[in-house]
Design a protein around this ligand. Structure first.
Ligand SMILES: CC(C)(COP(=O)(O)OP(=O)(O)OC[C@H]1O[C@@H](n2cnc3c(N)ncnc32)[C@H](O)[C@@H]1OP(=O)(O)O)[C@@H](O)C(=O)NCCC(=O)NCCS
Length: 196
C-alpha cells in the first residue's frame, strides 16, 4: 500500500476529522469528561498538537494515528482557552485541569527519551503494517536514544506489536493509578527499546 506519514497540522479538515475518529476508536473510553460525543470531537480537533501527532495516510484517508511525547512536550494539551471555547468558562476550566492532570503529566525525564503516547490504527486497517510503519517512522527521528511506551497487560495486540518492533518489558506497574481510571484492562507495563 502506498502511504505517507504526515503531521496532523498538514492535513485538510476532513482528514483531521478522520484522525479524531480514530483517536476516539482507540482512546474514547478515557474521554470521560463529557457525554456529548460531537462536542468532545470538536475539542480534540482543535487541541491535537500539529506536529506531535503523526498520521498514516493512504489514498487520502487517515488509517493510523501516532502521538509522540518527550521530556519537553506531550501531544494532547487540553488548553484552558480551547476547553472554555467548547464547554464554557466554568466547565471548560475544570475539564482543562482534570484532563491535563493526566495528559500533560511528564512521562519521561531524559532529553533523549521518546515516548509513544497515543497509537491507534483503524479497525479495518489492522494487521496490515500500519502500526509498524508509524513506529518505524518514530524510531528514525533524530535526537533520541530510547523509546518507551506504557501498554496495558491485557492488550495482547499492542504488546505483540511492540515486541515485534524490538521493545522489551522494563517494568510491570501493578500499583499504578492508571489501573483505576478505566484506561484499559490489567495493569500498565512499561516497555523500552533503543533507537538512533
Ligand atoms: C495495537 C494496534 C495499534 C496494532 O496496529 P496494527 O496496524 O494492526 O499493527 P501491525 O499491522 O503493524 O502489526 C504488527 C504485528 O503486531 C502484532 N499484532 C498486531 N495486532 C495483533 C493482534 N490483534 N493479535 C496478535 N498480534 C497482533 C503481530 O505480530 C503483527 O504482525 P503480523 O500481522 O505479521 O502477525 C491496533 O490493534 C490498535 O489500534 N489497537 C487499539 C488501540 C491500542 O490498543 N493502542 C495501543 C496503545 S499502547
Amino acid at each position: 500500500m502506498e502511504y505517507e506519514i504526515r503531521k496532523y497540522g498538514s492535513l485538510d479538515e476532513e482528514q483531521k476529522k478522520q484522525a479524531v475518529e480514530l483517536f476516539m476508536e482507540g482512546f474514547g473510553k478515557m474521554m470521560t469528561f463529557a457525554k456529548d460525543e460531537e462536542l468532545k470531537k470538536k475539542l480534540l480537533f482543535d487541541i491535537f498538537d500539529p506536529s506531535l501527532f503523526l498520521c498514516y495516510t493512504a489514498e487520502g484517508k487517515v488509517l493510523g494515528l501516532l502521538g509522540l511525547a518527550d521530556s519537553k512536550a506531550r501531544p494532547l494539551n487540553f488548553a484552558p482557552e480551547a476547553c472554555k471555547k467548547h464547554f464554557g468558562n466554568f466547565r471548560g476550566g475544570i475539564i482543562s485541569k482534570q484532563m491535563n492532570a493526566v495528559f500533560q503529566k511528564p512521562v519521561v525525564k531524559a532529553a533523549d527519551e521518546l515516548y509513544i503516547d497515543i497509537l491507534v490504527t483503524g479497525s479495518a486497517a489492522r494487521r496490515k503494517g500500519v502500526g509498524t510503519a508509524l513506529l518505524q517512522y518514530a524510531f528514525g527521528l533524530e535526537g533520541y536514544k530510547s523509546c518507551l511506551v506504557h501498554v496495558f497487560s491485557n492488550n495482547r495486540a499492542a504488546i505483540s506489536l511492540y515486541e515485534k518492533n524490538g521493545f522489551a518489558v522494563e517494568k510491570r506497574e501493578k500499583w499504578s493509578l492508571m489501573r483505576f481510571l478505566g484506561a484499559g484492562s490489567g495493569y500498565p507495563v512499561r516497555m523500552r527499546r533503543t533507537v538512533g
